[in-house]
Every structure is written in C-alpha cells, then in structure tokens.
Write a new protein. Structure first.
Length: 201
C-alpha cells in the first residue's frame, strides 16, 4: 500500500479502481444492471464536472486562503521555492481544472438539453432551475476567462516564466492577485447557483 501512496499516478489509478469496485458492489448489492444510456452519460459528465471543479476551486481557495496571505511571512531566501516550484505546478492544475470544469459543464448542459435555456438565464422557459444554473454558468465562464486570459498571463510575468522587468513583474503580480480574489468572490454565488439548481429547483 505504501508504494501506491508514494506515487501520485498510482494513487489516482488506485482511486479509479476503488470507484469501479464500489460501483460493482452497489450494482450487485441491489441487483440492478448498469445501463449505459443517456442518464449514465449525464451522470458521468456531472461526476467529471464535479471532479474538475473541486480541483479548480480547491486550488483557487488554496491560493487565496493559504499562499497569498502566507507569502509575506515567508523568509526571502525561501520564497524562490514557492515561486519557482510550487506556484507553477499549482497554476498548471489550476488552469486545466478550470478548462475541465467548463468543458464538462457545457457537455453536461448539452446532454441534458438545458444549454440554451441556461445561457439565456431561463428568460424563455421561466424555469427557476434554468435561471439558477444559467447564473452559475455565466459566473463560471467569467471565472474561467479570468484564469486563462488574465491570471495565467500575468502570473507568467510575475513568476519570471516569461521575460519581464521588475516593475512589470510587480504590476502583473498585483493584477493576478486581484483577479484571483475576484474569482474567489464569484465562486461563492457560483457554487450556490450550481448546487441550488441541482437540489432546490
């Protein structure tokens, strides 16, 4: 077991295998077959949407609740460890978590037939669920845009991954931080909209 847990790839594979075993136990216990129909595909993309979203928002909150407030307290000689190693790795998973979340969310909305109603925030259908999920989708889209087209380009400069002078690095770091904080702000109503659409309406 120790060898599995020492390697991230092995841990992820073991988690997938465990999920498959769990599915087999649940299906076998209740004597129901698993039908790979539209409901199953809808569930699969909802599960992938949630997994991607946990990665994305988890890292967003890590940056805002842990890394940004802690960096001023880190001794100067240790800061390169964060900026050269931890932050670039976290930003990789952060931006691809955002991409995975938006792609699986769009596929999910298309499979379930509410994409257009949600894009227009339920104005045509008058269904509260479409309004809630639509608001969540628009907030999530704004957040995704911020990640890919504001935060990441500015972080590349701030972290020295692309050539920039000291003044540009400082301005880029501030811009990235402010848009990261914007996403943190938006994440609260976005998550409420998404969860309420699924559970209240």
């Amino acid at each position: 077991m120790g060898s599995i847990l020492q390697n991230l790839q092995s841990t992820i594979i073991a988690g997938i295998v465990l999920a498959i075993v769990m599915i087999a136990v649940v299906v076998g216990w209740h004597g129901q077959g698993l039908e790979f129909d539209a409901n199953w595909w809808s569930f699969l993309f909802r599960w992938l949407h949630v997994l991607s979203g946990v990665m994305w928002i988890g890292l967003l909150w890590y940056f805002n609740f842990v890394q940004i407030p802690t960096m001023p307290k880190v001794p100067d000689e240790l800061k390169p460890g964060v900026s050269k190693h931890i932050a670039p790795a976290a930003l990789f998973w952060f931006r691809w978590g955002a991409m995975g979340t938006i792609v699986t969310g769009i596929v999910l909305a298309l499979i379930n037939g509410y994409f257009i109603d949600s894009v227009i925030i339920g104005l045509d259908s008058g269904v509260a669920r479409h309004t809630a999920i639509g608001i969540g989708m628009w907030l999530g889209t704004i957040m995704w845009f911020n990640v890919w087209f504001v935060i990441w380009p500015n972080q590349k400069k701030a972290l020295g991954l692309v050539e920039a002078d000291a003044d540009t690095k400082a301005k880029s770091a501030r811009t990235a931080m402010l848009f990261s904080r914007t996403n943190t702000l938006l994440s609260i109503p976005m998550l409420y909209a998404m969860v309420s659409a699924q559970n209240l309406y």
